[in-house]
Write a protein that binds this ligand. Structure first.
Ligand SMILES: [Zn+2]
Length: 149
Protein backbone atom coordinates (compact mmCIF):
# COMPACT_ATOMS: atom_id res chain seq x y z
CA UNK A 1 0.00 0.00 0.00
CA UNK A 2 1.23 3.51 -0.81
CA UNK A 3 1.85 5.73 2.21
CA UNK A 4 -0.96 8.07 3.11
CA UNK A 5 -0.67 11.38 1.28
CA UNK A 6 -0.70 14.55 3.34
CA UNK A 7 -1.03 17.69 1.19
CA UNK A 8 2.02 19.89 1.71
CA UNK A 9 1.05 23.12 3.51
CA UNK A 10 2.05 26.32 1.77
CA UNK A 11 3.76 28.01 4.68
CA UNK A 12 7.09 26.75 5.98
CA UNK A 13 5.87 26.95 9.57
CA UNK A 14 2.88 24.75 8.79
CA UNK A 15 5.11 22.28 6.94
CA UNK A 16 7.33 22.02 9.99
CA UNK A 17 4.32 21.61 12.28
CA UNK A 18 2.90 18.87 10.05
CA UNK A 19 6.22 17.02 9.99
CA UNK A 20 6.35 17.25 13.77
CA UNK A 21 2.80 15.95 14.19
CA UNK A 22 3.42 13.09 11.79
CA UNK A 23 6.57 12.13 13.67
CA UNK A 24 4.67 12.22 16.96
CA UNK A 25 1.81 10.11 15.59
CA UNK A 26 4.23 7.51 14.20
CA UNK A 27 6.14 7.30 17.46
CA UNK A 28 2.85 7.02 19.34
CA UNK A 29 1.65 4.21 17.05
CA UNK A 30 4.70 2.11 17.70
CA UNK A 31 4.71 2.88 21.42
CA UNK A 32 1.06 1.87 21.76
CA UNK A 33 1.66 -1.33 19.78
CA UNK A 34 4.56 -2.20 22.08
CA UNK A 35 2.42 -1.54 25.16
CA UNK A 36 -0.35 -3.67 23.72
CA UNK A 37 2.04 -6.56 23.08
CA UNK A 38 3.47 -6.29 26.58
CA UNK A 39 0.03 -6.18 28.15
CA UNK A 40 -1.11 -9.17 26.08
CA UNK A 41 1.95 -11.18 27.13
CA UNK A 42 1.23 -10.31 30.77
CA UNK A 43 -2.40 -11.29 30.33
CA UNK A 44 -1.47 -14.59 28.71
CA UNK A 45 0.96 -15.33 31.53
CA UNK A 46 -1.79 -14.61 34.05
CA UNK A 47 -4.27 -16.83 32.20
CA UNK A 48 -1.66 -19.57 32.20
CA UNK A 49 -1.25 -19.13 35.95
CA UNK A 50 -5.01 -19.22 36.42
CA UNK A 51 -5.19 -22.42 34.36
CA UNK A 52 -2.41 -24.00 36.40
CA UNK A 53 -4.18 -23.10 39.67
CA UNK A 54 -7.45 -24.51 38.35
CA UNK A 55 -5.71 -27.81 37.55
CA UNK A 56 -4.01 -27.89 40.94
CA UNK A 57 -7.31 -27.20 42.67
CA UNK A 58 -8.98 -30.02 40.76
CA UNK A 59 -6.09 -32.35 41.60
CA UNK A 60 -6.42 -31.56 45.30
CA UNK A 61 -10.13 -32.30 45.18
CA UNK A 62 -9.57 -35.55 43.29
CA UNK A 63 -6.88 -36.57 45.75
CA UNK A 64 -8.82 -35.67 48.88
CA UNK A 65 -12.34 -36.71 47.95
CA UNK A 66 -12.32 -38.03 44.39
CA UNK A 67 -15.49 -36.06 43.72
CA UNK A 68 -17.30 -34.13 42.53
CA UNK A 69 -15.33 -34.45 39.31
CA UNK A 70 -16.98 -31.30 37.99
CA UNK A 71 -16.37 -28.48 37.58
CA UNK A 72 -13.05 -29.35 36.00
CA UNK A 73 -10.63 -27.57 33.71
CA UNK A 74 -11.16 -27.83 29.99
CA UNK A 75 -8.65 -29.72 27.84
CA UNK A 76 -7.03 -26.50 26.63
CA UNK A 77 -6.89 -25.07 30.16
CA UNK A 78 -5.13 -28.21 31.34
CA UNK A 79 -2.67 -28.14 28.45
CA UNK A 80 -2.09 -24.40 28.83
CA UNK A 81 -1.68 -24.76 32.60
CA UNK A 82 1.10 -27.31 32.17
CA UNK A 83 -0.95 -30.43 32.89
CA UNK A 84 -1.33 -32.12 29.51
CA UNK A 85 -1.75 -35.63 30.91
CA UNK A 86 -4.73 -37.16 32.65
CA UNK A 87 -4.14 -40.13 34.90
CA UNK A 88 -7.08 -42.51 34.97
CA UNK A 89 -7.85 -45.92 36.41
CA UNK A 90 -10.11 -48.49 34.88
CA UNK A 91 -13.28 -48.90 36.93
CA UNK A 92 -13.21 -52.66 36.39
CA UNK A 93 -9.65 -54.03 36.29
CA UNK A 94 -8.15 -51.05 38.14
CA UNK A 95 -5.34 -50.67 35.61
CA UNK A 96 -3.98 -47.12 35.70
CA UNK A 97 -3.11 -45.34 32.49
CA UNK A 98 -2.30 -41.89 31.14
CA UNK A 99 -4.28 -39.98 28.59
CA UNK A 100 -2.48 -37.46 26.38
CA UNK A 101 -4.95 -34.57 26.45
CA UNK A 102 -3.19 -32.66 23.68
CA UNK A 103 -3.68 -35.62 21.34
CA UNK A 104 -7.40 -36.00 22.04
CA UNK A 105 -9.85 -35.70 19.18
CA UNK A 106 -12.35 -33.88 21.40
CA UNK A 107 -12.69 -30.11 21.02
CA UNK A 108 -10.23 -28.30 23.32
CA UNK A 109 -13.16 -26.70 25.14
CA UNK A 110 -14.32 -30.11 26.39
CA UNK A 111 -14.25 -30.35 30.17
CA UNK A 112 -11.94 -33.00 31.58
CA UNK A 113 -14.78 -34.43 33.66
CA UNK A 114 -16.77 -35.02 30.48
CA UNK A 115 -14.08 -37.46 29.36
CA UNK A 116 -14.78 -39.89 32.19
CA UNK A 117 -17.49 -41.76 30.34
CA UNK A 118 -15.62 -41.63 27.02
CA UNK A 119 -12.27 -43.06 28.05
CA UNK A 120 -11.93 -46.81 27.74
CA UNK A 121 -9.51 -49.25 29.25
CA UNK A 122 -7.65 -50.98 26.41
CA UNK A 123 -7.34 -54.23 28.31
CA UNK A 124 -11.06 -54.42 29.05
CA UNK A 125 -11.99 -53.23 25.57
CA UNK A 126 -10.14 -56.25 24.19
CA UNK A 127 -12.25 -58.43 26.45
CA UNK A 128 -15.34 -56.75 24.99
CA UNK A 129 -16.07 -54.65 28.05
CA UNK A 130 -16.55 -50.92 28.26
CA UNK A 131 -16.22 -49.95 31.91
CA UNK A 132 -15.98 -46.24 32.68
CA UNK A 133 -12.75 -44.77 33.95
CA UNK A 134 -12.06 -43.19 37.30
CA UNK A 135 -10.30 -39.86 36.88
CA UNK A 136 -7.33 -39.50 39.19
CA UNK A 137 -5.02 -36.56 38.51
CA UNK A 138 -3.86 -34.11 35.90
CA UNK A 139 -0.12 -34.47 35.48
CA UNK A 140 2.67 -32.73 33.60
CA UNK A 141 4.10 -36.01 32.36
CA UNK A 142 2.84 -39.58 32.03
CA UNK A 143 3.21 -41.65 35.20
CA UNK A 144 2.72 -45.11 33.86
CA UNK A 145 4.54 -47.06 31.19
CA UNK A 146 2.51 -47.15 28.03
CA UNK A 147 0.57 -50.38 27.78
CA UNK A 148 0.71 -51.88 24.34
CA UNK A 149 -2.65 -51.64 22.59
ZN1 LIG B 1 -9.82 -52.37 32.54
Amino acid sequence: MAPKYHPTPLSGGDRKALAKELGKARAMASMLATQSAEMRAKGEAMIQQADRLLCESWNERMWSDGEPIHPSPTIDQAVNGGFPWLEIRCGRCKTPSDVDLAAMKHPPTTFVHDLASRLRCRKCAKAGRRPSATLLQLTWQPRHPRTEP
